[in-house]
Design a protein around this ligand. Structure first.
Ligand SMILES: NC(=O)c1ccc[n+]([C@@H]2O[C@H](COP(=O)([O-])OP(=O)(O)OC[C@H]3O[C@@H](n4cnc5c(N)ncnc54)[C@H](OP(=O)(O)O)[C@@H]3O)[C@@H](O)[C@H]2O)c1
Length: 210
């Protein structure tokens, strides 16, 4: 299968990329990024692009499945509008581009609590993205909804690091859904949804990723 992967430089995305490159079911990976990847591989294509200009540059995105682990934080994005553009606008534009070229399988790294009616802006945006993706009519659509993602990050995120320590200590007494979700588990779920697609909409919650 040919797979498009958005967000391949991220904590989850990098683990997805490693798995796709190693998986014999996957014949090619198109991994668009805004900065060139440092790695090369025979079945890896890495177009460098400006995601704000989508769908420009997507003409050769003929794939069997797409995985999106692209996203920002409010702090990185700088404003609610900029966050919405990256976390809703870019994934949706990517989904439209692959769907227009015949792709019928899409797996999204969403978030626990994604809900259009959430009181939290972050969860509202993720819920709106899920709603908009459903409307595109993929034959197989997977929403992988982690809680706090566990793993080593290059840049410090003090809030997440503190939450991670607290959740780590409390893990034995916490419900599964509140435990840390290792990036590796999330990557496994995304890759399986893409390479072994099931018809309909599949939601994988944080308890399944703990
Ligand atoms: N952090 C958590 O605990 C948590 C919990 C639940 C859900 N999530 C969601 O899970 C997803 C993956 O999380 P993660 O921690 O793996 O993310 P991450 O490490 O921050 O990686 C994000 C990816 O998105 C790309 N990206 C961000 N802004 C971009 C922009 N303006 N243009 C192009 N690419 C851009 C990054 O590329 P660059 O390398 O170029 O920046 C990177 O590849 C995100 O959607 C996030 O919202 C996170």
């Amino acid at each position: 299968m040919r797979v498009l992967l958005a967000g391949s430089t991220g904590l989850v995305g990098a683990q997805v990329l490693r798995r796709l490159l190693a998986d014999p079911r996957c014949s090619a990976v198109i991994a668009p990024t805004r900065r060139a990847l440092t790695q090369t591989a025979p079945k890896l294509l890495n177009p460098v692009m400006d995601f704000a200009a989508l769908p420009a540059g997507t003409a050769d995105w003929q794939v069997d499945a797409a995985i999106c682990a692209l996203g920002s934080t409010m702090k990185q994005a700088g404003s609610p509008e900029a966050f919405r553009q990256v976390d809703q606008g870019y994934p949706l534009a990517i989904a439209r581009a692959v769907k227009a070229q015949g792709c019928d399988v899409f797996a999204l790294n969403s978030a626990m609590g994604a809900n259009v009616r959430s009181w939290f802006f972050y969860n509202q945006v993720k819920g709106e993205l899920e709603r908009d993706l459903r409307a595109l009519g993929f034959a197989s659509l997977a929403f992988v909804r982690p809680g706090l993602i566990g793993g080593e990050r290059a840049e410090p995120r003090p809030g997440e690091q503190l939450a991670s320590r607290v959740l780590g200590v409390l893990a034995p007494v916490l419900p599964r859904a509140w435990r840390i979700n290792p990036a590796a588990r999330i990557a496994d779920a995304l890759v399986e949804a893409a390479l072994n697609p099931k018809p309909g909409v599949l939601v994988i919650g944080s308890a399944q990723l703990a």
